[in-house]
Write a protein that binds this ligand. Structure first.
Ligand SMILES: *Cc1c(COP(=O)(O)O)cnc(C)c1O
Length: 414
C-alpha cells in the first residue's frame, strides 16, 4: 500500500498530488519535488517484529517508498549492504570508531542501484514499457541492470566519447545505447545527450530516470539512511560521510536517517559530512557562501562526482544543515591516496568517488572539524573494479621474473 500524501516543491513549498509526473508545475525545472508520507500510518506497521520477517534488501522498507508494494522492485538483491568496522583505517585517520558501508556489493556495484530500482518499479506501476536516462556512469549501468531484471526496455543516451568498458556494461544487459555527438553549439556531448533524452521521453512516452527531475529516485537512495539506522540502532554513528556530485545521494541518506529518528528507531540523527572534489565543488561553495548555486568546472578524476551543474543542491544543503553537518573539498591526489588506504587498511576497493568520503573524513579530523572521539560511518558508494585504469596512477605493474628461486630471491630482495 502506498503511504504517499503528496509532493512538495523545494522552492515554493506548494504541495501537489502524486499525479504530477516530474517537477513543480509553477517553478519549472528547478522545482524538484519532495515526497511526503503519512508517518503515523507508517509507524503503526513499521515495527521491529514485522521487519524481522522481511527480505534483507530495500523491499523491507515498502511503506517508506513511493510505490504500491514491493512486488515491482527488481528481484536482484539491492541494498542491505554490509557495514564493516575498519579498525586499522580508524587508527590512521584518528577516530575512535570507523565503519564502512560497502555499496559496491549491490548488483551493478554501486549505490545507484537503489535509485534505479525505484525508477523501474515506478515505470511499471505507471504503465510505461520504456525507461531512459542520460549517463555514462553508475546511473546508466544500474538502470540497464534493473530494467533487465524486471523486463522493461531501457534506452541510454551517452556522449560519443564514453569509454568502451562502460558502454559494454550497458549493452550486456540489453540496453539500447544511443551515442550522441558533441554538437557545434558549444554544449558538451553529455549535455546534448541529456537534452536529447528529455525530448525523447516526451516524444516517445518513455519514463525518465533522472534524479534532476524525477522526485522518486531519491526515495530509493534514502534506503541507505534507513539501513544505517536499522543496522546500527543504539550505536548509530556521530557522523555519516557521503561524497556529493548532484547532491541527491546525501539528501536521500539524510532523509532516511531523519525518518528513522522520527519513527523512533534511533535516538539522535548523525551529522552529515558532504565531500566534493576541488574541481567540482559547486555545492560546497554554495553551502559556505549562501545564495544561488554557481556552476563549477566539474573536473575531477572522481568521475561519478564531477558534476558542474548539480540539480539537487537545494535538497543536499538542506539535509546537511538540518543534521548540523558540514562540507569539505579535496584534491584528486587526496582522493587517490584514500583509494589505496581504504583498500589496504579497510579491505574495501572503492572507485575514486566511492572513497572520496574517506579522504574528506581524514581532512576533517586533521583540521579539527570532526573530533578524534567521534564514531563515523563512511558510505563507500561504488566499487573500484569498475575502473581499474585510474589505479595505474598510483601503482605500477610488477616486472615479470625468471621462473626459478634465484629470480624470486632477487625480486623479493631476500
Ligand atoms: C552518483 C555517485 C555519487 C554521488 O551521488 P549524487 O547523487 O550525484 O550526489 C557518489 N559516488 C558514486 C560512486 C556515484 O555513482
Amino acid at each position: 500500500m502506498n503511504m504517499v500524501l503528496g509532493l512538495r516543491c523545494v522552492i515554493c513549498e506548494k504541495i501537489y498530488s502524486p499525479e504530477v509526473l516530474y517537477t513543480c508545475p509553477a517553478c519549472g525545472a528547478e522545482g524538484i519535488l519532495d515526497v511526503l508520507y503519512d508517518y503515523e500510518h507508517v509507524q503503526s506497521i513499521f515495527r521491529p517484529e514485522i521487519l524481522a520477517a522481511r527480505p534483507y534488501d530495500i523491499r523491507r522498507y515498502e511503506e517508506l517508498l513511493p510505490i504500491h508494494g514491493a512486488g515491482q522492485l527488481p528481484p536482484t538483491k539491492i541494498g542491505w549492504t554490509p557495514i564493516i568496522e575498519a579498525k586499522q583505517l580508524a587508527a590512521l585517520i584518528g577516530v575512535t570508531r570507523l565503519y564502512l558501508k560497502d555499496e559496491g556489493r549491490n548488483p551493478t556495484a554501486s549505490f545507484k542501484d537503489r535509485a534505479s530500482a525505484i525508477g523501474v518499479a515506478k515505470a511499471i506501476e505507471l504503465g510505461f514499457g520504456d525507461i531512459a536516462c542520460a549517463s555514462t556512469g553508475n546511473a546508466a549501468s544500474s538502470l540497464a541492470g534493473a530494467a533487465a531484471a524486471v523486463g522493461l526496455r531501457s534506452t541510454i543516451f551517452v556522449p560519443e566519447n564514453a569509454p568502451e568498458p562502460k558502454v559494454m556494461q550497458l549493452l550486456i544487459f540489453g540496453a539500447r545505447v544511443v551515442r550522441v555527438k558533441k554538437p557545434a553549439t558549444g554544449i558538451t556531448a553529455y549535455e546534448a545527450a541529456y537534452d536529447l533524452c528529455t525530448q525523447a521521453c516526451e516524444r516517445y512516452g518513455w519514463y525518465n530516470r533522472n534524479c534532476a527531475i524525477n522526485a522518486y529516485l531519491v526515495e530509493g537512495k534514502k534506503t541507505a539512511g534507513l539501513e544505517i539506522a536499522e543496522q546500527m540502532r543504539a550505536d548509530v554513528p556521530d557522523w555519516v560521510v557521503v561524497s556529493v556530485g548532484d547532491g541527491c545521494t546525501i539528501a536521500g541518506i539524510g532523509k532516511g536517517l531523519a525518518e528513522m529518528q522520527r519513527l523512533g528507531w534511533i535516538g539522535r540523527q548523525p551529522r552529515l559530512l558532504g565531500v566534493q572534489a576541488e574541481g567540482a565543488a559547486p555545492i560546497a561553495k554554495t553551502f559556505f557562501a549562501g545564495g544561488e548555486l554557481v556552476p563549477d568546472r566539474g573536473e575531477s578524476l572522481a568521475e561519478s562526482i564531477a558534476v558542474s551543474k548539480p540539480r539537487n543542491w537545494r535538497k543536499a544543503i538542506k539535509a546537511i544543515r538540518d543534521s548540523q553537518g558540514t562540507m569539505i573539498t579535496l584534491s584528486d591526489e587526496e582522493i587517490l591516496q584514500a583509494q589505496s588506504s581504504t583498500a589496504r587498511l579497510g579491505g574495501v576497493f572503492g572507485e575514486p568517488a566511492g572513497v572520496a568520503g574517506i579522504a574528506g573524513l581524514k581532512k576533517a579530523v586533521a583540521t579539527g572539524v570532526i573530533p578524534n572521539s567521534a564514531s563515523v560511518l563512511a558510505v563507500v558508494t561504488g566499487s573500484g573494479l569498475k575502473d581499474v585504469q585510474v589505479v595505474r596512477r598510483t601503482i605500477k605493474m610488477p616486472e615479470p621474473i625468471e621462473a626459478d628461486m634465484d629470480g624470486l630471491d632477487r625480486y623479493l630482495k631476500v
